[in-house]
Design a protein around this ligand. Structure first.
Ligand SMILES: NC(=O)N[C@@H](O)C(=O)O
Ligand code: NI
Length: 167
């Protein structure tokens, strides 16, 4: 099986089967504060389940990965969603998989558009936060609480993830 995957530009449409896109591209927005602010409303479903669950807001100071990326592991969070919102307008890599009978199916790789964030629903298989080219900070909104909220899957053979040519 071909283990080389080239990331495609992330859009609301092509990511819809996996999770939420956090940007100003949706149509659910309206003026607040007398029109001084436009609110882009309800962009992501935040989910925090299990014992003593609560929503966490954190900052991830990410270090870039080399490309092509060797993807040998994906993970998922059984008790909650996880959102990554970049604090600088640089694209980053998003890798997600549907769940199959024997674990994650073939990965799908996306290159976000500058400033775009994503939200992974509970139990969505995903690669870890993957900045590109330089250090990048991210706001992370995910679940805290008791119990193990991390499940990892190690592929028997790694995938090789490439970025699209024309960037
Ligand atoms: N644990 C954490 O904050 N990050 C990972 O779950 C990840 O998806 O990068
Ligand atoms: Ni995660």
């Amino acid at each position: 099986m071909d283990r080389i995957i080239t990331a495609k530009l992330l859009t609301r449409e092509n990511f819809a089967e996996f999770g939420d896109v956090i940007d100003k591209g949706g149509d659910n927005h309206y003026p607040i504060n007398g029109g001084k602010t436009e609110r882009y409303h309800d962009l992501a479903k935040v989910d925090a389940a299990g014992p003593n669950a609560r929503v966490l807001v954190s900052i991830g100071a990410g270090t870039p990965y080399k490309f092509p990326l060797k993807l040998s592991m994906v993970e998922r969070h059984p008790f909650g969603s996880q959102a990554f919102i970049p604090l600088s307008p640089r694209p980053f890599l998003v890798v997600v998989c549907h769940d199959g009978e024997d674990g994650p199916e073939t990965p799908h790789a996306f290159l976000t558009q500058p400033g775009q964030g994503v939200n992974y629903p509970r139990n969505l298989w995903h690669g870890v936060l993957t900045p590109i080219g330089k250090k990048q900070d991210f706001l992370i909104v995910d679940r805290g609480g008791d119990g193990s909220n991390l499940e990892e899957f190690h592929f028997s053979h790694p995938y090789e993830i490439h970025l699209p040519e024309a960037r």
